[in-house]
Design a binder for this molecule. Structure first.
Ligand SMILES: NC(=O)c1ccc[n+]([C@@H]2O[C@H](COP(=O)([O-])OP(=O)(O)OC[C@H]3O[C@@H](n4cnc5c(N)ncnc54)[C@H](O)[C@@H]3O)[C@@H](O)[C@H]2O)c1
Length: 401
């Protein structure tokens, strides 16, 4: 089959690499830079090896393109574009709309359109289908389905093959064809009764994480006031063999999923006139964490950070990826600078960010660990400053949350 995948980022490129083993894949992206790199066999995504992209490109099974006309002749089109929030924290559907336009303008026969982008329940039925139909003047009777992406970039144990995949079509024929496609590279497929169930399941998975992260972050603050170690309490609670799942405190949440997806769920709740108070409170707690950390560090250092050299260790939003989207390190750094500290950061996985480069892991008055990549040695972090505050619980001997 010819499969076109719109968006060649974390999700789209990961799918492309797996699907190309069985299908002819066209990776459409509107970034010329991304496309040029991919066609040179260079992957920009952790977990997708450059050799794999180069191998499929050489075998004629994979081609990246910015030319919408290249998706003509597809049997399946997968949408894998960003679904961020607008400035006023509402779902930003502009990327999905642009992808629908590309499909409507270029697809020349009935196809199966699958959405993998995370969005609110009803997106396939009430946004994607009507938009493609409108923009293509209803020329073709396409099939539509959702299969929400669950990829966790940087993770070794679960990947496209062994992570169960949810899916649902708008019609039984769409469901059957969606199953046939994913069965070619996924071990376990789980059909649900409607696209809205699949869309909601994806949002609930990430909301579950968001709320539990916020809960443990709030508890870390209570434990500190009690004068006990939050990590020791969590380890103790975790000895219960049932009914408890351990989440660990942190500098806050980052990435494209946890800070964003729950707000898509809150959006539909508001539209339906039902409260989503957990989501709102969890967002508040997680967003306040970077400031709480700066407060703690300031209090430990004589109540002022003015003129102190502070090294923020790890600016990616999670370990072992170069992804800095929505990273809590950004707020930590901004707040430190606002309070007069002289701030540098160390993260050789990220390398350069916001016009600054990773600094050496040494010579600071204060080090604050936001993210601990596995290439970083705890002993080096401890030696980098006389005072080290570790938000990750991975640097033994440092001050902790
Ligand atoms: N990254 C994850 O871990 C993850 C996991 C599960 C679900 N998701 C969801 O998957 C979707 C995609 O996320 P991502 O992390 O892959 O994003 P990304 O930013 O890594 O990649 C998106 C790509 O789409 C391209 N793009 C943007 N608009 C386009 C358009 N109109 N046409 C063609 N290409 C376009 C961008 O240039 C970029 O390369 C989002 O809805 C996200 O919430 C992401």
């Amino acid at each position: 089959m010819k499969v076109s995948i719109i968006g060649q980022g974390y999700v789209g490129l990961t799918i492309s690499a797996f699907a190309a083993a069985e299908h002819e894949v066209v990776g459409f992206d509107n970034s010329q830079k991304v496309v040029d790199q991919l066609n040179k066999g260079i992957s920009h995504i952790e977990g997708v090896e450059s050799e794999v992209i180069a191998k499929w490109a050489k075998a004629g099974r994979y081609k990246a393109t910015t030319n919408g006309a290249d998706i003509k002749g597809s049997d399946i089109v997968v949408i894998a574009v960003p679904t961020p929030l607008t400035k006023d924290r509402q779902p930003d559907m502009s990327f999905i709309e642009a992808a629908c336009k590309t499909i409507a303008e270029n697809i020349d026969r009935p196809v199966l359109v699958i959405n993998e982008s995370t969005s609110f329940p009803g997106t396939v039925r009430t946004v994607i289908k009507p938009m493609i139909e409108k923009l293509s003047a209803n020329k073709f009777d396409h099939m539509y389905a959702i299969s929400p992406e669950r990829v966790d970039p940087g993770r070794g144990d679960y990947n496209q093959k062994n992570t169960p995949r949810l899916y649902a079509g708008l019609t039984p024929a769409a469901s059957a064809k969606t199953r046939e496609f994913y069965a070619s590279f996924c071990d376990q497929l789980v059909e649900v009764s409607s696209p809205e169930v699949a869309e909601s399941a994806k949002l609930f998975e990430n909301t579950f994480r968001q709320v539990n992260i916020a809960l443990v972050n709030e508890f870390a603050q209570i434990a500190h006031k009690l004068g006990i170690s939050v990590n020791e309490v969590l380890d103790a609670a975790n000895t219960k063999p049932y009914g408890f799942m351990k989440f660990t405190p942190s500098a806050g949440v980052g990435g494209h999923c946890i800070p964003v997806d729950p707000t898509y769920l809150a959006h539909v709740a508001t539209q339906l006139g039902t409260p989503s108070t957990f989501i709102e409170r969890a967002n508040e707690v997680n967003l306040e964490m970077p400031l709480y950390i700066v407060d703690r560090v300031e209090a430990d250092n004589g109540g002022s950070l003015k003129g102190k050299s502070v090294l923020v260790v790890g600016v990616a939003y999670k370990p072992n990826v170069a992804d800095v989207r929505e990273t809590p390190a950004e707020i930590v750094i901004e707040e430190l600078r606002r309070r007069g500290a002289v701030v540098a950061w160390h993260d050789d996985v990220v390398g350069s960010w916001q016009g600054e480069n990773s600094s050496p892991l040494t010579g600071a008055d204060i080090s604050i660990v936001v993210t601990m990549h596995s290439v970083v040695k705890a002993a080096d972090v401890l030696a980098s400053a006389p005072y080290v505050f570790d938000t990750t619980g991975k640097v033994k001997g440092a001050k902790t949350l």
